[in-house]
Design a protein around this ligand. Structure first.
Ligand code: SF4
Ligand code: SF4
Length: 86
């Protein structure tokens, strides 16, 4: 758990499909706001996880703390450098 890594939603791109909220099992998103993704507990986000962002059909999710956003490397410890680990 880390405050230095959590999703940020681009509401200009988001279509409120709800996929990201369904994906996350860590309580990061506010379930009372479904299907609008609202980050309520960023501390619960797992550092390096791209689970919700990988599923977003409109690429509306970026991550605070992602230093290698454009490199394709997800930054977690799985060793998969194509960013497809989660
Ligand atoms: S990055 Fe992972 S832990 Fe964080 S909100 Fe998305 S699915 Fe949940
Ligand atoms: S998956 Fe993407 S488009 Fe769908 S609700 Fe989440 S941020 Fe919005």
């Amino acid at each position: 758990m880390s405050k230095t890594w959590y999703p940020v939603i681009d509401y200009e791109r988001c279509t409120e499909c709800g996929v990201c909220i369904e994906k996350c099992k860590n309580g990061v998103y506010d379930l009372m706001k479904v299907p609008k993704p609202v980050v309520i507990i960023p501390e619960n986000c797992i550092h390096g996880c791209h689970g919700c962002g990988n599923l977003c059909p409109t690429e509306a999710i970026s991550y605070v703390g992602n230093q290698r956003e454009n490199s394709g490397f997800c930054g977690c410890s799985c060793g998969n450098e194509d960013g497809g680990c989660c």
